[in-house]
Design a binder for this molecule. Structure first.
Ligand code: 3PG
Length: 210
């Protein structure tokens, strides 16, 4: 397994961030770090997302930064140039996976079917983003689609609809590398600068992991 994925496996949790305003980058990162969360997926879904990524890479070397919602070639190029540790996408686009692979960008395609898994395998990906986890049928569904590929020891990062009330069943499964979600630092709490609430969300999950 790639060193970055080994580290993420130790952390077990990835906070998905959508940043609307650059002034929130430092406080949200400080809040996450001081509450024990040091892996993020920064979603390329806002105007300032790329600038926010650059700021985090420059100012928070302790954070393992992944880029999320990587949908086109320019975004793959940005991921490479910015120096993020890994990238993910909600879907399984062979063109994007191929480009990431050719440029040595650690990439986890989004899967929610055996077909997606087989496309990912074609490109040598073995840590896959399971999206949308809850609405696809959760850990039970993941167990079922992974069954034919059990011998390949694939690992998954479930995302989509995960929160403190349903996260345990994912963490208990040995298919899961780490869980992710926006529930730790949701956009509305970032925009309203509710750092204490974000911190208590992080503490809740850390208590569950301990
Ligand atoms: C993602 O980008 O990975 C998803 O938006 C995360 O899903 P969630 O917002 O339901 O946690």
């Amino acid at each position: 397994m790639h060193e970055v994925f080994k580290k993420i496996k130790k952390h077990r949790v990835i906070a998905v961030l959508e940043i609307d305003s650059l002034e929130n980058v430092t406080p949200v990162c400080e809040t996450l770090l001081s509450s024990g969360i040091s892996v993020i997926e920064l979603a390329l879904r806002t105007e300032v997302a790329q600038k926010a990524t650059e700021q985090i890479i420059k100012n928070f070397p302790q954070i393992i930064v992944g880029l999320g919602t990587v949908l086109n070639e320019d975004q793959v190029k940005f991921a490479i140039d910015s120096g993020v540790s890994f990238a993910v996408a909600p879907g399984c686009n062979p063109k994007i996976i191929d480009l990431a692979k050719k440029n040595n960008l650690l990439f986890s395609p989004g899967i929610c079917s055996p077909t997606d898994i087989e496309i990912s395998l074609d490109y040598g990906c073995n840590v896959l983003k399971f999206f949308p986890a809850e609405n696809s049928g959760g850990i039970k569904y993941l167990n079922s689609i992974n069954n034919p590929y059990k011998h390949l020891n694939l690992n998954y990062i479930p995302l989509g609809g995960i929160n403190i009330s349903n996260v345990k069943k994912y963490l208990d499964s040995n298919l899961i590398l780490a869980v992710g979600g926006s529930w730790l630092a949701p956009k509305h709490l970032i925009n309203s600068k509710k750092w204490k609430l974000i911190s208590s969300n992080c503490e809740e999950i850390n208590n569950l992991i301990l």
